[in-house]
Ligand binder design. Structure first.
Ligand code: 5GP
Length: 208
């Protein structure tokens, strides 16, 4: 059976990366898709683990070679998802978890109709701004851009399948795990297993 695609999205500062990392360390059978980006690496980030950090020229050549499943300019930098990695994992039955911006998620939705799209929202816009300011990862210009971009991103919630309002990290982690587990337990995922129990014949000929 093919793997399932789970796409996490939401505004910068909502906490999706923290939730994703916690879930990946606890749930088996789910692989993270490491994106490519032109954004400078933050101090605590590792190349090849958090992102593949590349310059703009390399990124553009990857676009030309058709290496991306989707790519987008997000808050002034380029980000892209490796097509080959995601598709080969899915074909080998591995479930994939992606952390992409809202435009990227909506583009993926056009290609993967049976993907599961999860939006992570902050409890309030004020809380989002406070979190972005407190984490000190962006310069003032980029910080402003992230806050402005969040207005569009939050307006797209209704296009997603699930909403996690991230008030408490451990509750949000449980919610994402529940989504991933429940989606895998849908009858439609079981294929032949369900078919092998189809030996019951109604004695009175009544269709059940
Ligand atoms: P950050 O710079 O804070 O790591 O990420 C900024 C935004 O880019 C986040 O919303 C993140 O989800 C998004 N992002 C990360 N990787 C990708 C990707 O491959 N494609 C798209 N479209 N967005 C991405």
């Amino acid at each position: 059976m093919k793997g399932m695609l789970f796409v996490m999205s939401g505004p910068s500062g909502a906490g999706k990366t923290t939730i994703v990392k916690a879930v990946l360390s606890e749930l088996e059978g789910v692989e993270f898709s490491v994106s490519y980006t032109t954004r400078p690496r933050r101090e605590d980030e590792v190349d090849g683990v958090d992102y593949f950090f590349v310059d703009e020229k390399t990124f553009k050549s990857l676009i030309e070679k058709g290496e991306f499943l989707e790519w987008a300019e997000v808050h002034g930098n380029l980000y892209g998802t490796s097509k080959n990695f995601v598709e080969s994992c899915l074909n080998n039955g591995i479930n994939m978890l992606l952390d992409v911006d809202v435009k990227g998620a909506l583009n993926i939705k056009k290609i993967f109709k049976d993907g599961v799209f999860i939006f992570v929202a902050p409890p309030s816009f004020k809380e989002l701004k406070d979190r972005l300011v407190k984490r000190h990862t962006e310069d003032p210009n980029n910080l402003e851009k992230r806050i402005e971009d969040a207005k569009f991103e939050l307006s797209q919630i209704s296009k997603f399948d699930y909403l996690i309002v991230n008030t408490d990290i451990s509750a949000s982690v449980k919610q994402l795990e529940s989504i991933i587990i429940s989606e895998q337990l849908k009858i439609s995922r079981f294929g032949e297993f369900v078919g092998k129990y189809n030996f019951y014949k109604s004695k009175d000929g009544v269709d059940l």
